[in-house]
Design a protein around this ligand. Structure first.
Ligand code: PLP
Length: 384
């Protein structure tokens, strides 16, 4: 253990470590990139914007068939824009749901008055490919299918390659929310077939929050003119304008974009999806092993766990009060996350962001000390 954990831990910029699903700890250089002002029509900024869009396409090997449409706002803005722009008003979306982000897609469809159905699974299970196959055989009205890559509600990994295969077999269009996985787990367009994938600047790509983006098959986007019921969330219009003028339609988040360029450079230097995904996988393993050694139990078995965020059952020991645990960890420089499950009392610890294996080890030491200060002796959950 390094001696910094005996005092207050801090990231290199002196901030608490964010063991959360985002926003996340970013590098000093990424934050420093924001110490400049850019005019949105300035050549330098236009070049940066171009490079960011093209790097994002490279991540999915989509340079030939896909376009990158960035959008102001948090990740949900991009998900809503993806659904609103690509599912036509007379289309029907089938949503594979196993957590809050799938439910959110259904809510978006309700707002928009888009026909939709959900196939719902428990939060601790992946969605089912064979059920989907049967459903698409039955329901010929479904034009599009939506799936969440890593359902951040629990951290469960969904089988997007299998989903893509079934959707392709039935000749429908697949839309993926890869928000919390993009950059750490592959969504390679040269290997799996989909029409769009949405993600954001501030999760595994380790940029700052403020923008999302949707990578869209060009032929699908070309057909989507007039679909979007919202001006600001119309990705077709955003794309056409950006291609024509090199400009965002409305004030771009300039500082976020220049920071994103720096973050993407660091991502590429780390070895892209293999390097970034590899670091997160070892962070995740160290976290899970360490927490199990303290007596905690994970919600998910290891083979369903994405290396993004881990859900732990809340111990039944009456001395374990989550708010107290959270506050004490925050005082020591670590921010964890409450649970979002409907099925079990839980909390979450993220393993993404600019943190290395040693930072996770340090966090585990502080967690152990905190439990002992609280007098918690047994971290096991209630027997199932
Ligand atoms: C983070 C996240 C989003 C977007 O959330 P915002 O709070 O709007 O950035 C969407 N889907 C998933 C799976 C996510 O993890």
């Amino acid at each position: 253990m390094s001696d910094k954990t005996s005092a207050v831990a801090a990231s290199p910029s002196g901030d608490p470590w964010l063991l959360t699903p985002g926003p996340l700890t970013t590098s000093v250089a990424t934050k420093e990139a924001m110490l400049h002002d850019f005019g949105s029509r300035d050549k330098k900024f236009i070049e940066i914007n171009r490079r960011v869009r093209s790097s994002l396409l490279s991540i999915i090997n989509g340079q030939d068939d896909f376009v990158c449409v960035p959008l102001q706002g948090s990740g949900t803005f991009s998900v809503e824009a993806m659904l609103g722009t690509l599912v036509p008003q007379d289309g029907k979306l089938l949503i594979l749901v196993n957590g809050a982000y799938g439910h959110r897609m259904a809510k978006i469809c309700s707002y928009y008055g888009r026909a939709h159905d959900v196939m719902e699974y428990p939060e601790d299970q992946p969605v089912s490919i064979s059920d989907l196959d049967a459903r698409l055989n039955e329901d010929k009205a479904v034009t599009h299918v939506a799936v969440i890559h890593c359902e951040t509600t629990s951290g469960v990994l969904n089988p997007i390659a299998g989903v893509a295969e079934v959707v392709e077999k039935h000749g429908r269009s697949l839309l993926i929310d890869s928000m919390s996985a993009f950059g750490a787990l592959p969504v390679d367009a040269s290997k799996i077939r989909y029409d769009a994938v949405a993600a954001s600047s501030n999760k595994c790509l380790e940029g700052v929050p403020g923008m999302g983006f949707v990578l869209i098959r060009r032929t699908a986007l070309e057909k989507s003119k007039g679909n979007a019921p919202s001006l600001v969330l119309d990705l077709y219009d955003q794309w056409v304008q950006m291609e024509k003028t090199d400009q965002w339609r409305f004030t771009p988040p300039t500082h976020c974009i220049v920071a994103f360029e720096q973050a993407i450079r660091e991502y590429e230097a780390e070895g892209g999806v293999d390097g970034r995904g590899g670091r997160y996988a070892s962070n995740c393993k160290i976290l899970v092993d360490g927490m199990r050694a303290l007596g905690f139990e994970t919600l998910l078995p290891d083979h369903l766990q994405a290396p993004i965020i881990v859900t732990f059952h809340k111990p039944t020991d009456p001395k374990f009060d989550f708010q107290n645990f959270y506050d004490r960890l925050a005082e020591r420089g670590y921010l964890i996350y409450p649970g979002k499950l409907t099925v079990a009392d839980s909390f979450r610890v993220g393993c993404i962001g600019r943190m290395g294996n040693d930072d996770i080890r340090d966090a585990l030491v502080v967690i152990k000390e905190t439990l002992s200060e609280m007098g918690v002796e047994n971290c096991a959950p209630a027997a199932a």
